[in-house]
Design a protein around this ligand. Structure first.
Ligand code: ATP
Ligand code: MG
Length: 422
């Protein structure tokens, strides 16, 4: 027999026993975002390759080596989205959502990058991204950070650290870039291959190296803070003051960069030391230059994206999965009449109890074999209906997870009893 066809390397199935945690994560984030007035936008997963080249930039890891790009049947070059901001701005421009107005938007879904798969790093992964347009900050920068903090609280995640930096404006960076280049030139022999490549094209990205052997060199590099103009400095100070006012702790990390020209001022990340090397669960920043770069009139913008696989990995380290609600009832019916009546009873129960999770046994079989299935379903109770019970207007309620013994209940009293128990 032929071998099963396998999933593509770095692309994982999310299995039924894992989806409750995913749903909890997604529901929690959605709930917080709607409380801040953010609206969902849904974009296609495929975009013209040109969009990512123009927005993310040619000299980035993503565009240089990570994109899934192919020609479609028309000969157009298409790319599976590696991130959501570009498509969001494209959609905003195309639909007239951006100019001269404020938009608070979010999206979720799979992203694709051809990276080396490892823990916390996949080729298909999922993000929830949040973008706000038309607001120059720093108040809205603060809002975004407070949203993320509230999300961690809703998820019960306590050990995430907020790191913060400012990149100034493109003009302020150009002076700094020269200084950085000459610093790295002076220690050229100690640079790794990646950094040498970035030295001319995008020296700020060297600060973002993941190579531990470069850590010391990078730590001693000159900082951008000295090159900030008054407005950028004030922007950053106001953001920090806001965080102080709400008691949100943060670490100013001058090595935190985004190497692209359209970034401006605020950048932040939430990091954990519990996931090994892939410790950033959320990254964001202000990108005032991007809308114009994609052909629109200038619109200030700031946003972030969180990596859901990494957040799930953190949630898996807690006991949350055991605490999520499962199936309440598994209905076992023995006898022809009981089977017919059982289906009706199940529907009546679902009518009367909107939150009830009830599995009706299908496919017949002996009492014993049905009971095995009930046990396997992880339901809290088996609801048992045989022809004898039916004749007495009763049903049996048997706890499946050690909460006492089976009890006979009048069908007419069942809803009240279940409401009290569940
Ligand atoms: P990294 O430095 O880890 O490569 P990045 O700077 O490329 O991250 P962003 O583009 O800022 O990541 O994406 C935002 C978030 O999405 C990251 O902080 C991370 O949580 C998640 N993420 C990015 N790439 C991957 C991936 N290949 N697999 C899983 N999650 C990812
Ligand atoms: Mg990356």
């Amino acid at each position: 027999m032929a071998k099963h066809i396998q999933a593509i390397r770095g692309m994982k199935d999310i299995l039924p026993q894992q989806t409750p945690l995913w749903q909890f994560l997604e529901d929690s984030v959605r709930a917080v975002l709607s409380r801040y007035g953010y609206a969902e936008i849904r974009m296609p997963i495929l975009e013209l390759t040109e969009l990512f080249k123009r927005s993310i930039g040619e000299v980035t890891d993503i565009v240089e080596k990570e994109m899934y790009t192919f020609e479609d049947r028309n000969g157009d070059s298409l790319t599976l989205r590696p991130e959501g901001t570009a498509g969001c701005v494209r959609a905003g421009l195309e639909n007239g959502l951006l100019f001269n107005q404020v938009q608070r938007l979010w999206y979720q879904g799979p992203m694709f990058r051809h990276e080396r798969p490892q823990k916390g790093r996949y080729r298909q992964f999922h993000q929830i991204g949040v973008e706000s347009f038309g607001l120059a900050g720093p108040d809205v920068d603060l809002e975004l950070i407070l949203i993320t903090a509230r999300i961690w609280k809703a998820l019960g995640l306590q050990d995430l650290q907020l790191q913060l930096n400012t990149l100034g404006t493109a003009a302020e960076r150009s002076q700094y870039r020269k200084e950085l280049m000459s610093y790295f030139h002076d220690c050229y022999d100690s640079l790794d291959e990646d950094s040498r490549r970035r030295l001319e094209s995008n020296p700020l990205r060297i600060l973002d190296t993941k190579n531990p052997e470069m850590a010391e060199l990078v730590a001693a590099a000159p900082s951008l803070m000295g090159h900030l103009g008054d407005e950028s400095r004030e922007h950053f100070e106001q953001l920090c003051a806001g965080l102080d006012a709400v008691g949100q702790a943060y670490l100013v990390n001058p090595r935190l960069v985004r190497g692209l020209d359209y970034y401006a001022r605020t950048v932040f990340e939430w990091v954990t030391d519990q996931l090994g090397a892939q410790g950033t669960v959320c990254a964001g920043g202000r990108y005032d230059g991007l809308v114009e770069q994609l052909g629109g009139k200038p619109v200030p913008a700031v946003g972030f994206a969180m990596g859901l696989e990494r957040l799930i990995a953190l949630l898996e380290q807690t006991d949350l999965a055991q605490r999520l609600p499962g199936i309440d009832l598994y209905l076992v019916t023995v006898g022809e009449q009981a089977q017919r009546e059982g289906l009706l009873l199940a529907e009546r129960l679902r009518d009367a109890m909107p939150g009830l999770r009830l599995i009706s046994h299908c496919g017949g079989g002996s009492f014993k074999s049905q009971f095995k299935k009930a046990d396997k379903s992880n339901a809290r109770y088996a609801l048992i209906l045989g022809d004898d019970e039916l004749a007495r207007g009763e049903t049996g309620l048997k706890p499946l997870r050690g909460e006492g013994t089976q009890q006979q209940v009048k069908i007419s009293e069942l809803v009240d009893l279940l409401n009290a128990r569940l």
